[in-house]
Design a protein around this ligand. Structure first.
Ligand code: 3PG
Length: 311
């Protein structure tokens, strides 16, 4: 009698896995496309503060249209919701702009190798700022993560301090974003998709004045004309692609965060970086020395050991 019940449970378990698998594959594919177009844009138009702002603006616009046309349900939010969202948005803005500044200075693969060290930041922040303790195996897994990132950094052919620091700042900011957003999403009726939509809008408000102060319309105008004269009118489509894909990959990642634990999420995020590192090295023909690749492999392996240790 228990057999049909068991097979029904197995089936629903398999369906859930398939759904998560589809989320992950979509998330990684969208992220690869974002990274490629973002770098193509930055190579011709080195204004990361504007491209970061445009990504958030496009996402916000897409969501406002989806709400107005009822493609997506408009979330019910109150002042308390936006207040709790504020620190998440500050961290998201810093993490996003810092990663983009990094990618404007170094190879996409290098930024993502350093960003694969995010779990190390997560443990250090949780340990020293929140007083959480972890089993010894978790601390030990930080050795290959930090060692691998360090080896990759010192052997990077086109090392640049701003590029390196941007990726490090992004790691730190995203650790705070994840801690705050876990708190903010708990017990809230807003879906993952709408939570990310509100996050984009608030981040856009925060980032815009800074983007104008750091770069500004005059620089953008000159830079844009130069880019269009080099690339042609198609340049605008590259900017559109990086902006749309930025929103889509983040939206899908927040939708999957709704379904899975933060730990599964961080494993998925590391695997995402492998696909970005490999595909960007092929597409941009990034020169890599064997010892540099070894550093990256050790760092990524370290994040797997970390996820095992945390489990
Ligand atoms: C950004 O621009 O926000 C970064 O490329 C994001 O990095 P992620 O891979 O951690 O989302």
């Amino acid at each position: 009698k228990s057999q049909p019940i068991q097979s029904a449970t197995e089936k629903s378990e398999a369906a859930k896995r398939l759904k998560i698998g589809i989320y992950f594959a979509t998330w990684w594919a969208l992220n690869v496309v974002f990274n490629i177009y973002n770098k193509k844009v930055l190579n011709a138009f080195p204004y990361p503060w504007l491209t970061s702002t445009l990504s958030l603006a496009t996402g916000s616009l897409m969501m406002l249209i989806s709400w107005a046309t009822r493609i997506a349900e408009t979330p019910k939010t109150d002042f308390e919701f936006w207040k709790t969202l504020f620190p998440v948005a500050v961290a998201h803005t810093i993490g996003h702009v810092a990663a983009t500044v990094s990618m404007s200075k170094v190879a996409v693969s290098f930024t993502h190798i350093i960003k694969s060290g995010e779990p190390a930041f997560s443990v250090l922040v949780s340990r020293f700022l929140l007083g959480e303790t972890f089993p010894l195996s978790v601390y030990l897994s930080l050795v290959p993560i930090i060692g691998g990132c360090a080896l990759a950094a010192v052997t990077e052919l086109n090392f640049n301090m701003t590029g390196f620091m941007g990726a490090m700042i992004s790691n730190l900011a995203f650790v705070f974003r994840n801690i705050f957003s876990k708190r903010g999403m708990k017990g809230k009726s807003v879906s993952g998709m709408n939570y990310y939509a509100c996050l984009s809008m608030l981040s856009l408000l925060i980032l815009t004045p800074f983007a104008i102060a750091v770069e500004g319309p005059q620089m953008w105008e000159v830079g844009w004309k130069t880019a269009v004269s080099q690339i042609g009118p198609n340049f605008i489509w590259w900017v559109a692609a990086q902006s749309v894909f930025y929103h889509l990959y983040n939206q899908v990642s927040y939708m999957s965060l709704d379904q899975i634990s933060p730990l599964t999420f961080s494993i998925g995020n590391t695997m995402k970086r492998i696909s970005v590192i490999v595909s960007s090295i092929i597409i941009f023909r990034t020169p890599v020395q064997p010892v540099n690749a070894l550093g990256a492999a050790i760092a990524v392996l370290g994040t797997f050991l970390y996820s095992q240790a945390k489990q």
